[in-house]
Ligand binder design. Sequence first.
Ligand SMILES: NC(=O)c1ccc[n+]([C@@H]2O[C@H](COP(=O)([O-])OP(=O)(O)OC[C@H]3O[C@@H](n4cnc5c(N)ncnc54)[C@H](OP(=O)(O)O)[C@@H]3O)[C@@H](O)[C@H]2O)c1
Length: 236
Amino acid sequence: MTPQRTVLITGGNRGIGFSIAEEFVAQGHRVAVTARSGSGPAGALTVIADVTDAASLDAAFTTVEAELGPVEVVVANAGITRDTLLLRMSEDDFTDVIDTNLTGAFRTVKRASKGMLKARFGRIILISSVVGLYGSAGQVNYSASKSALVGMARSLTRELGGRGITANVVAPGFIETDMTAALPEDQQKAYQQSIPAGRFATPLEVARVVTWLASDDAGYISGAVIPVDGGLGMGH
Ligand SMILES: NC(=O)c1ccc[n+]([C@@H]2O[C@H](COP(=O)([O-])OP(=O)(O)OC[C@H]3O[C@@H](n4cnc5c(N)ncnc54)[C@H](OP(=O)(O)O)[C@@H]3O)[C@@H](O)[C@H]2O)c1
């Protein structure tokens, strides 16, 4: 059985992050989420942080360490989209998405690694997306930010793997959250037809994979990209 761990999830006030936090709580772990507003599920500690601001993340980690102990499992989940076609995409549309999804993950992991190196144990889980490797028209910014997480996890694996730390990527397909609800209905239908499973997933279906990756059962898995996409992205 996996011992109880201290877990921190960024962007845990809604969507996939909220569900991941709920699942870790249900499995008996000590759970904290970061939020810019609102709060995580019952049983989780909510700390205010913005992943674009290293100082706010540092303060959030310090609070979590004081209340729950050193962070052993970190889930870099916070993410945004600014979808538009390349010729309409402003440089701010591009750099804002990179700053949150990629540099935000870097800031989170860097801060978490301090305690993990000391403990010689850690689980780093980066929430990417099927479009990171599949590509997507209108998402040059988002897909670039998400594929870069694969290189990050693999370099982390090579750098930290000898210290009992694993780093993996979870690549969800279409999940029922605010992010997909924002898509036009005809686009949602078209996507559903292209997914071999014929449906979107629930956030819980992602959460269960994340908690498994954090468990002792997954201790020898590192640098992997685990798809949770109903078969949409097969072949890479
Ligand atoms: N839904 C999907 O189909 C899908 C598919 C593949 C990958 N993903 C990825 O899964 C992750 C979660 O997505 P979701 O669908 O749950 O999205 P969501 O419902 O839009 O929630 C996004 C979360 O990220 C937080 N966040 C955004 N910018 C932040 C910042 N600068 N600092 C701190 N937190 C920030 C949001 O906080 P606020 O409430 O404060 O905005 C919110 O908690 C994202 O990385 C997304 O790219 C989602």
